[in-house]
Write a protein that binds this ligand. Sequence first.
Ligand code: FAD
Ligand code: UDP
Length: 418
Amino acid sequence: AKTPSLSPQRKKQTVAVTYEDYSAIDPAGFDAVVVGAGFAGSVAARELAERGGKRVLLIEKKSHIGGNMYDELDEAGILVHRYGPHIFHTNDERAFKYVCRFTEWRDYQHEVRADWHGTYLPVPFNKNSMEIAFGPDEAARLTDKLVSVFGDERKVTITELRAQDDPDLAKVADFVYNNVFLYYTQKQWGLTPEEVDPSVVARVPVFLSRDNRYFQDAFQGLPKHGYTPLFENMLDHENIVVCLNTQAESVFDLRFESDAEDAPLSAIALAGKPFEGDIVFTGPLDELFLARFGRLPYRTLDFVYETYDVPEKLPVGTVNFTVSEDYTRITEFKHLTGQVAPNTTIMKEYSRAYADPETQIPYYAILSDENFALYRRYKDLTRNMANFHTLGRLAEYRYYNMDAIVHLALDLADKLIG
Ligand code: FAD
Ligand code: UDP
C-alpha cells in the first residue's frame, strides 16, 4: 500500500519507497526499528537494510519523509523548503561521498547579506563589509590592524574580537556586535550573544577576507532535483518499510525496571512483545518519556511565505535582518535551487520559544549546562538498553549540521553492523 506523501506535482515522479500503514504490519517481522525519516533515521535505515541485511521498519510521525530537509513545489510552482532553508556544505569526504550515491548535486555557494538600515553588508562580516560600514580609508586602517593581530584570511569569533583591549579592535568589535549579532541573536534565541553558548555565535565568525560566501567548505550545494527525491532514493530499498503518520510514543510500549521516576527502561515492546532488535531513535528524548522530568527547552520557528510575480526579489539567497524587523531572515529559494520561473517565493522566519508539541516543531536545542543536565536525565533512562540508540539533532540535543548527522549515522551503522 502506498501512502501519498508528496505534493501533487512531485507525485509525478516514480516513488518506489514501500509505504505501509502501521496497523497493517507485524513489527515482529523486522530486525530493526528506526524512528524519524530525516538524515539521521534515513541513513541509518539504509545502512542497516543494505549493508546489514536487516529488515528495517522506519516510523515517522509526519506525513512525509525527509525530516527538516523536506521540500516540495508550492502552489505557485516554486520549489520551497518547508522547515527552513537547507544548504549542504561539508569538508567531510565520507559524508559527501555517501550522499552522492542518492542524487546528483547542483553546485551552489550560499551568500548572505545583513540588511543594515537598507544597506546590504556581507555576512560573515568581512573586508567588504568593513568598507561599507566604515568607508574605504578607515576600513583599510582597521583591516590592517586586524590582519596584523590575527593574520590575513583568518576567521575570528565575535567573542574573541570583543576580548581584545586595543581601541581599534574594540571599534570593529562594537560595530559587529551591535549591528550584526545583538538584535538577530535576541530574536533568534530570546537571549543576548553573551548568554547563548559561545559555539552558537562562533558559527558565524568575522572573516578577514574578501570572500563573500557564507561557508568555505570544499563541497557545497543542493540536490539537483531537491531533497525529497534524495530521501526517496535512500529509502527505496527492498528491506525498508516506511510507516508515515506514526508517532513512536503511540506504538512503543515502554517498560521500566520499577515504578520509580528515575527507573531505567528495561524493554520497548511492540505489539505486546519486547523488541529485541536495534532501535534507532532520532526524535526528542523528552517527548518519548512524556516529559516526566519537564520539557527540554527548544526554539521553534514560524515560516511565512510570500509569492511575487517577478523573477527575483533578493540579491542573494538569504538576507538577515540584524537591526530591524521581527523576523530573523528572508530566504529566496530560487537562488538555492537554481529554478527558473517568471515568479518567485520568499520565506520569512520568526523564532519563538517552543511550547506546544502538538502544534509546533522543536528546531533548535538551547545549549546550556542546565539544559544538557536535563537531557542527561532522560538519556540515563536508556542506560540498560543495549539495543536502543539515540542519533541526530533532536535525540542528542545538539546543534548539528546535515553533514555531521550523515557522518554520525554512518558511524552508528558501522558499530551496529560490525
Ligand atoms: P530531523 O531532520 O529533524 O528528522 C527527525 C525526524 O524524526 C523528523 O522527520 C520528525 O518528524 C521525526 N520524529 C521526531 N520525533 C518522532 C517520534 N516521536 N516519532 C516518530 N517520528 C518522530 N544543516 C545544514 O547542514 N545546512 C543548512 O543550511 C541547515 N539549515 C537549517 C535551517 C533550519 C531552520 C534548521 C532548523 C536546521 C538547519 N540545518 C541545516 C540542520 C539540519 O536541519 C539538521 O542537521 C538535520 O535536520 C538533522 O537531521 P535529523 O535526522 O537528526 O533530524
Ligand atoms: N548570528 C547573528 N547574526 C547573523 C547571523 C548569525 O547574530 O547575521 C548568530 C545568531 O545567534 C545565530 C548564530 O549566529 O543563531 C548562528 O547562525 P547560523 O546562520 O549558523 O544559524 P542557523 O542557520 O543554524 O539558524
